[in-house]
Write a protein that binds this ligand. Structure first.
Ligand code: SF4
Length: 427
């Protein structure tokens, strides 16, 4: 979501005559930051602090802080770092270009979201993207679920679906601009349309988006209780909707799920995963899981471990529980020491690594059609793409392959990625 918001902000600024520059030459640095975990927030503080020597020597550059971290930190950033000239919450993105121009005059600009239902959108699609071939489209803003550990409803406001025509128009604009793979975004995409109250929901939008002619379509994230057979059916019917699903479980213990206000039980989650796999036998299933939630006993934790073994996810984004100020969980009794959270996190990761590796090595010899979308960030000069099931594939090849679909044969596997060789260039 932050990549998408940054891409659209970049597009809007370029249209208004701004010029993108390297950090050393820039007059204004714009950060879009995340506040979901404490660690991300600390990173923002330290990134902002890096400008002290430059500021002391030359009174430049100005720095702007945007995204949900700006909403969460508020205008106290101004007093700590005088080079910060703008703070803007995510629901003020539409006022950002004009706000940045005011900030360039030296003014301190505050665009924080005061009304969680208000939204100033930016009327731009992400034309100046970080990645030429992959694009994102937000379909809904905010969240009304109020999971007790989560800061999102507090910093991104109430749930608000974008009108379908607006979403589809943006999908078309991206296709026209050379995008081959689009990911529809929302904190909970499955709730899409609940606020329209006219029966048009995510299944309908997904089908229409698939029929725009986009080569590949993905979506994140799905709340388990709202993932329906109707959505699974669209995924099964439409060949360009990737068989890949992120279904966050967060805990395997019913007691902890209740404390988290997740509104499903372990058994209900298992049933959703089974249903999704029955519609999509080749499904890539990923999840999110928190270790060390307040009051989590070793027994509760073992329920999370057994859920991993039982479901056998392709990928799990694990995290040690991190207190977010103002959330109900931060005030719950039974906070666990950091070492216990980390030790549980390590056990989860070890178990999941083994599961992912054992799944991935069964894929050696299989062929996948992948979009080569760039060079591998962790390198050795390799290119990178993803299978429809959302597994990272590293491959050797020249940069001319970037932006093309190729068929690769998987030659080796690790727990987090596959290695493949090109057997056919498609276009
Ligand atoms: S559904 Fe997701 S975004 Fe919404 S409160 Fe829960 S964890 Fe946060």
């Amino acid at each position: 979501m932050n990549v998408y918001d940054s891409d659209r902000t970049r597009t809007a600024l370029l249209r208004r005559g701004w010029i993108e520059a390297g950090e050393a030459e820039a007059d204004m640095i714009v950060f879009t930051g995340c506040s979901v975990r404490g660690k991300a927030e600390q990173k923002v503080w330290s990134e902002l602090g890096r400008y002290a020597p430059l500021w002391n020597a030359a009174r430049r550059p100005y720095v702007a802080l945007t995204g949900c971290v700006a909403q969460s930190l508020g205008d106290k950033v101004f007093s700590r770092y005088p080079w910060v000239r703008l703070v803007s919450g995510p629901r003020h993105i539409g006022l950002l270009p004009e706000g940045l121009e005011r900030a360039m005059t030296g003014e301190r600009v505050t665009l924080l979201d005061e009304d969680p239902r208000e939204f100033y959108d930016l009327n731009e699609f992400s034309e100046a993207r970080e990645n030429r071939y992959r694009g994102y489209v937000t379909i809904a803003h905010g969240c009304d679920n109020f999971c007790t550990y989560c800061i999102v409803p507090h910093v991104r406001g109430r749930f608000l679906s974008r009108p379908p025509m607006e979403v589809l128009h943006e999908v078309q604009a991206l296709i026209g601009n050379g995008v081959k793979e689009i990911t529809l975004l929302g904190q909970n995409v499955n709730s899409y349309g609940n606020d329209f109250r006219n029966g048009y929901g995510f299944a309908e939008l997904l089908r229409e988006a698939a029929r725009t002619g986009v080569e590949r379509l993905r979506f994140v994230t799905s709340l388990p209780q709202d993932f329906t057979e109707k959505i699974a059916q669209v995924m099964a019917d439409e060949p360009n909707v990737c068989p890949s699903l992120n279904l966050p479980i967060q805990s395997g213990s019913d007691r902890i799920l209740k404390l988290m206000n997740r509104k499903y039980t372990r058994a209900e989650y298992m049933e959703k995963a089974r249903m999704a796999r029955s519609f999509l036998p080749d499904l890539g299933l990923s999840s999110d899981l928190i270790a060390g939630f307040p009051g989590e006993t070793e027994e509760d934790f073992q329920e999370s471990m057994s859920a991993l073994s039982e479901i056998r996810f392709d990928l799990v984004h694990t995290a040690a529980y991190s207190e977010r100020a103002g959330t109900p969980a931060a005030a719950m009794p039974g906070a666990l020491p950091q070492e216990v959270r980390m030790e549980r996190l390590n056990r989860l990761n070890k178990l999941q690594d083994g599961i992912a590796f054992s799944i991935n090595r069964t894929l050696v010899g299989r062929r996948y059609r992948i979009l080569v979308d760039g060079t591998a960030p962790r390198g050795e000069g390799l290119l990178q793409g993803r299978t429809p099931t959302d597994k990272v594939v590293l491959l050797a090849g020249t940069e001319e392959l970037v932006g093309r679909f190729v068929t690769v044969e998987i030659v080796s596997a690790e727990s987090w990625c596959l290695k493949g060789t090109v057997v056919e260039e498609i276009k």
